[in-house]
Design a protein around this ligand. Structure first.
Ligand code: KG4
Ligand code: ZN
Length: 333
């Protein structure tokens, strides 16, 4: 069976085709970075309009790449939410229209569940149950996962998500949108010992996060060193070390709480090199295996949507095809 996946929740238009025996037979990601960079962040209306322009050509291109025709597609999985409402609406409307025209099921997918499931496209996969750390541009949380759709939320962010903190701090450092990867590149040249940033909320019990104070701390250090641009790499490095260390501390605490020996890290920030290295090495010493998707499957993509659609389809899930209802907010649980 072939599943067509569509992702349009934010600033990437992506289309993929997944087959359980052949794997990913097509995958395209069109990034809107160039459109939004001049504004320093995502402009929702421009995002929606670009999805409208790109999505059908990418569906055609994907069918062509896989040497398939529309009649070979057995189901369509699309990102139903959470995300930007206008951007989601494009993917939902296209998915439902094609499903109706082709007389096949449509399957609405939770974007963060899809991020978590991206790791199942790798050769070495975790087994349920496991702990998951989702670190994206809009969300940062820890959940104990007993199976697909069985989530116990253990900790959430009280303010900024980790990716948001990366992006805002990068902006303060004068780096172009999207700031996370740029800050991480700058941090590579930095001295990790020059500045020490706080580890927010680690001295309090519980598994919640708060990253906005870290950004404020960065702002005050940046102001102090405004004349000394050479300090910026050290500031970026101190910021990144503090975020990664905070995430490690909370993961350890959550692992002890739920007794899991596997951790699945997902969402855009899971592409961060320091996070991957530190979590993998530190947790391995404690008998915990950390799983990450490959780099290109960490940020938004339709491969994870098509795959999650397949898993949901196996469980008998499908939409009412006449209902078009994206969800800008949609709690995972
Ligand atoms: O999951 P994602 O692609 O979109 C959302 O669902 O939000 O995550 C995007 C976020 C952005 O904040 C971006 O700056 C961050 O992930 N990000 C990174 C890295 N790559 C992407 N943050 C730190 N280091 C990276 N290498
Ligand atoms: Zn995402």
């Amino acid at each position: 069976m072939y599943i067509l996946g569509l992702e349009t929740s934010c600033d990437e238009t992506s289309v993929a085709i997944y087959h359980p025996d052949h794997g990913l037979v097509a995958h395209h990601i069109h990034s809107q970075i160039d459109i939004h960079a001049q504004y320093g962040g995502v402009v929702p209306e421009l995002a929606s309009r670009d999805h409208v322009r790109k999505i059908i050509p990418l569906v055609d291109q994907s069918l062509h790449d896989a040497a398939l025709s529309a009649s070979d597609i057995d189901a369509i999985a699309y990102t139903r939410g959470p995300g930007l409402i206008g951007a989601l609406m494009v993917g939902v409307a296209v998915a439902k229209s094609l499903a109706w025209a082709w007389q096949i099921p449509a399957i609405g997918i939770h974007h963060l569940e899809a991020h978590m499931m991206a790791v199942m496209l790798e050769e070495e996969q975790p087994q349920f149950p496991f702990l998951t750390l989702i670190v994206s541009g809009g969300h940062t949380f820890l959940a104990y996962v007993q199976g697909l759709g069985q989530y116990e939320l253990l900790g959430d962010t009280l303010d900024d998500a980790a990716g948001e903190a990366f992006d805002k701090t990068a902006k303060l450092l004068g780096l172009a949108y999207p700031g996370g990867p740029a800050l991480s590149d700058l941090a590579l040249q930095g001295d990790a010992h020059r500045f020490t940033f706080p580890r927010p909320m680690v001295n309090r019990p519980g598994l919640d996060f708060s990253f906005s104070g870290l950004k404020t701390h960065a702002l005050s250090v940046i102001r102090e060193y405004e004349a000394d641009k050479a300090a910026y790499a050290d500031i970026a490095c101190a910021f990144e070390v503090a975020v990664v260390d905070t995430l490690l501390i909370k993961c350890r605490r959550a692992l002890a709480h739920c007794g899991a020996t596997q951790l699945v890290v997902a969402g855009g920030v899971s592409a961060n090199r320091r996070l991957r290295r530190v979590l993998t090495d530190a947790l391995a010493q404690e008998g915990v295996r950390a799983y990450f998707p490959r780099h290109e499957l960490c940020t938004d993509n339709a491969a994870m949507v098509a795959y999650t659609g397949y898993r949901r389809w196996v469980e008998g899930y499908q939409d009412d095809n006449l209902v078009i209802q994206p969800l800008a907010r949609w709690p995972l649980a």
